[in-house]
Ligand binder design. Structure first.
Ligand code: NAD
Length: 327
């Protein structure tokens, strides 16, 4: 079975490609490298291309017999999406529709989509279940929800079967240190903490210390990238076994405050670094924790990595790539 991994040269996609190949799937990575790295696309064939390029998609789907498409391509910075919504709707929505069109043209009807906890906006309760209210509060989250709705319509009208995985905070790295998280610019807490630990940034900022949480800082759910990858493999099996269109939260079900994350990072790296407390950012919910019972039941998915694993693997990768320029 062959899987086309759009965005497979990025952080999460590359970990999924490595696991897909280990499980015996054929892999074709399709990525324009706008935020990915050629050196991350080590597993399977690589085609440099844009998901908005219908002609190139035509040629890829003609050259490779693809059974399932996984779609990781997106612009992912929430703050930027507020300032430049067009950029987000164009890439995350318009280009995704082009990809779906090309798939339909070539008779490919199985699709796995990277969605996000951001579709829930300010959650009504915690932990968040899949049927909870979805009211995204920024163009990034809205762009993902739009595709989710489009996928429901494609399912009813065309028999196009898909899975949407709503990731919470993807984190950690390949335990063999071959790939890891390297967003530019980096906005995710763990790599920022590790940058501070390694001396690449002078301090770490805590946005808001007066939330109604155990220590006043925001609580988030961190999920190891290989636990995400494992869910994707199960998602492929589910679709290949004839499973219907479905959607799942993917998180650990545990929440950690920013202060707890700082403490754990300092302990694991054995480095001290400056922490600067500052005002809340608009739009940060106090709690974002997933209920992933549905994925556990329907996909027989089990969490294998703890928060410690996440920070240890991320730290190992961070040290391995320190001073290296990724290309
Ligand atoms: N990282 C997280 O914590 C997180 C959380 C929730 C959801 N997600 C979603 O998971 C997906 C992957 O996230 P990531 O952290 O790996 O991001 P990433 O930026 O590392 O990977 C995205 C990849 O897509 C490629 N890409 C973007 N636009 C493209 C286009 N038009 N054509 C071809 N390639 C294109 C980029 O070059 C990059 O390699 C995204 O859709 C994101 O919204 C991520």
């Amino acid at each position: 079975m062959a899987i086309l991994v759009a965005g497979g040269a990025g952080y999460i996609g590359s970990h999924v490609c490595k696991m897909l190949l280990q499980k015996g799937f054929d892999v074709v990575v399709y990525d324009n490298l706008v935020h990915g790295y050629r050196c991350f696309a080590q597993w399977g064939d690589f085609v440099q291309g844009d998901i908005g390029d219908q002609a190139q998609l035509d040629s890829v789907f003609s050259n490779f017999k693809i059974d399932v498409v996984m779609h990781f391509c997106a612009f992912i910075e929430v703050a930027e999406s507020v300032i430049e919504p067009e950029k987000y709707y164009k890439n995350n929505v318009q280009n995704t529709i082009t990809l779906l069109e090309a798939m339909r043209k070539h008779g490919i009807n199985k699709f796995i989509f990277s969605s996000t906890a951001a579709v829930y906006g300010m959650p009504e309760r915690t932990p968040i279940e899949e049927e909870d209210r979805k009211l995204p509060i920024n163009p990034y989250g809205k762009s993902k929800l739009m595709i989710e709705e489009i996928l429901d319509d494609y399912s009813s009208a065309y028999g196009f079967r898909s899975i949407r995985f709503r990731y919470f905070n993807a984190a950690g790295a390949d335990p063999e240190r071959e790939i890891g998280e390297a967003h530019v610019p980096e906005t995710h807490l763990i790599p920022l903490l590790l940058d501070a630990a390694i001396g690449r940034r002078k301090d770490i900022k805590v946005f808001g210390t007066d939330y109604e949480t155990q220590d006043g800082t925001c609580v988030r759910d961190y999920i190891h990238v290989n636990d995400l990858a494992d869910a994707h493999i199960r998602g492929v099996d589910y679709l290949l076994d004839g499973g219907n269109t479905n959607y799942f939260n993917l998180g650990s079900g545990s929440g950690f405050t920013v202060r707890e994350m700082i403490q754990t990072a300092k302990k694991i790296t054995t480095k001290d670094f400056a922490v600067v407390e500052t005002d809340r950012r608009p739009g940060d919910p106090p709690y974002l924790i997933a209920c992933s019972d549905k994925a556990q039941k329907k996909l027989d998915w089990k969490l294998q990595h703890s928060l410690e694993d996440i920070i240890i693997t991320a730290w190992n990768w961070h040290q391995t790539m320190a001073g290296r320029k990724l290309v």
